[in-house]
Design a protein around this ligand. Structure first.
Ligand SMILES: *[C@@H]1O[C@H](CO)[C@@H](O)[C@H](O)[C@H]1NC(C)=O
Ligand SMILES: *[C@@H]1O[C@H](CO)[C@@H](O)[C@H](O)[C@H]1NC(C)=O
Ligand SMILES: *[C@@H]1O[C@H](CO)[C@@H](O)[C@H](O)[C@H]1NC(C)=O
Length: 435
């Protein structure tokens, strides 16, 4: 790669450049020499960007380059970076130590690096980090620790990084993260936790991350998710593929009004709860492939959603794995009449909605567009998905609908009348129960 660069840049070589390096633009210097033990003499004093390839580094190496803003070292066999190495580099804004053999970072390594905005340590062999190592890095915006051997994050490790926007922890050995690990990172827009060994996530782990736009959790072994785990992540692209999810809580996406993409491929999902996407009007991309979908009456909500909103190119790859009569058929090609539950007469499954609430029953129609959650004395939640204006039963500005809803607890009759009102006066649905 360096050779390529060398030939590309040969026309721009500066006359005062050490023999083992190539300099261009009067400020950028590339050096490559396996046996180089220290920074070669004769670097242009104007150097602001230094790149080392296959070079060993020693303490004090960079003394006297106070204007250096960018330093990149790769291919070094040294297992540690000694604290002195960065001592003189008080202007450093970007430090890339990718693809070296670093096992540890010495406490104090970044003491002089308070201007650092971009730190990249991917492709090393880091197994553990000293808890206070990032304390001076209050201006850091990007931290890349991917492709290392990190098995845990010390409590408080990331707390000083209040300016952080991108955090990459992909492809490590993390089996868990401490509950408050990301709490201080209010500016974070991207969090990559993919390719780890996460089986579960502590509840509240993402709370406070209101700016988060991309959350990568694919290629872990997540078996379940708490219902409120993503609450507050308003505008998100969510990657959950290649996990071990066999069911999802009904309200998992309820607090994500601007969710744009959700990837659930390669899990163990047989069905999704009715109403699962109710709150997600912006959702345009849902990955469903390689799940063992059971194409019976409980799939009618998902099918209805897919047939109303899906794009065949994106969603065509999901297939029924049961019942045997429909095995291998694309979800998008199943007709609603084919979704049968022998002997169930449209009664929703007990696990369909809100299994978490004891003593509660949920009445729902087969499409999942209307449902009511009640206990023995009262109904607490009505969820209603009205058709787009003018599509069904449109009565000018109003809307009228009536359903008989069933559940294992009995039968409920719901009628809804929506009338246009001035200002924000609520319209209340009328509920009448006929158990
Ligand atoms: C949501 O985030 C995207 C970037 O991922 C941005 O383009 C869009 O404007 C955001 N939407 C809102 C309503 O904030
Ligand atoms: C996936 O979850 C099941 C239990 O639902 C468990 O038996 C299995 O070991 C899990 N697989 C992995 C790879 O963790
Ligand atoms: C039903 O729910 C209401 C409100 O949550 C509660 O006050 C009441 O005690 C519950 N009744 C039963 C029988 O659980």
């Amino acid at each position: 790669m360096l050779l390529e660069l060398g030939s590309l840049l040969v026309g721009a070589l500066s006359p005062s450049c050490p023999p083992t390096c190539q300099c261009y633009d009067t400020s950028k210097v590339f050096c490559s020499n396996e046996r180089m033990r220290e920074i070669p003499e004769g670097l242009p004093g104007s150097a602001t960007h230094l790149f080392f390839v296959e070079t060993e580094l020693e303490a004090g190496a960079f003394q006297g380059l106070p204007s250096l803003t960018e330093l990149e070292v790769s291919g070094s066999p040294l297992p540690a970076v000694s604290p002195g190495v960065l001592a003189g580099l008080t202007s450093l804004r970007k430090l890339s130590l990718n693809a070296n053999a670093i096992r540890t970072l010495q406490p104090g390594l970044f003491t002089a690096s308070c201007r650092l905005q971009d730190l990249s340590l991917s492709g090393n062999r880091i197994e553990a980090l000293p808890p206070g190592i990032f304390r001076p890095l209050r201006r850091l915006q990007t931290l890349d620790l991917s492709q290392n051997f990190l098995a845990e994050l010390p409590d408080g490790l990331l707390a000083p990084l209040t300016a952080l926007r991108v955090l990459k922890l992909s492809d490590n050995l993390l089996a868990q993260v401490p509950p408050g690990a990301f709490r201080a990172l209010g500016q974070l827009t991207e969090l990559h936790l993919d390719g780890n060994h996460l089986e579960e996530l502590p509840s509240g782990i993402f709370s406070g991350l209101g700016e988060l736009r991309r959350l990568q959790l694919q290629h872990n072994t997540l078996g379940s998710l708490a219902p409120d785990i993503f609450t507050g992540l308003l505008n998100l692209t969510l990657q959950l593929s290649h996990n071990n999810l066999s069911s999802l809580p009904a309200r998992l996406l309820a607090g994500l009004p601007l969710l744009t993409a959700l990837v659930l491929d390669h899990n163990r999902l047989a069905r999704l709860p009715p109403g699962f996407f109710h709150a997600n009007d912006e959702l345009v991309r849902v990955g469903l492939s390689d799940n063992p979908w059971v194409c019976d009456c409980h799939l009618s909500y998902l099918l209805h959603w897919l047939q109303s909103f899906a794009e065949p190119l994106i969603h065509g790859q999901a297939f029924c794995s049961n019942p045997s009569a429909l095995r291998g058929q694309a979800l998008l090609e199943v007709s609603r009449g084919q979704l049968e539950c022998p002997g169930a007469h449209g009664v929703p499954p007990e696990e369909g909605w809100d299994t978490d609430a004891a003593g509660q029953c949920t009445y729902t129609n087969p499409e999942g567009t209307v449902s009511v959650a009640c206990n023995a004395t009262a109904c607490h939640r009505l969820s209603l998905r009205l058709p787009p204006p003018g599509q069904e039963q449109g009565l000018g500005p109003g809307y009228r609908g009536a359903w008989v809803l069933r559940s294992r607890c009995g039968t409920l009759q719901v009628s809804v009348l929506v009338t246009a009102q001035s200002r924000n006066e609520p319209t209340s649905p009328a509920l009448s129960s006929a158990p």
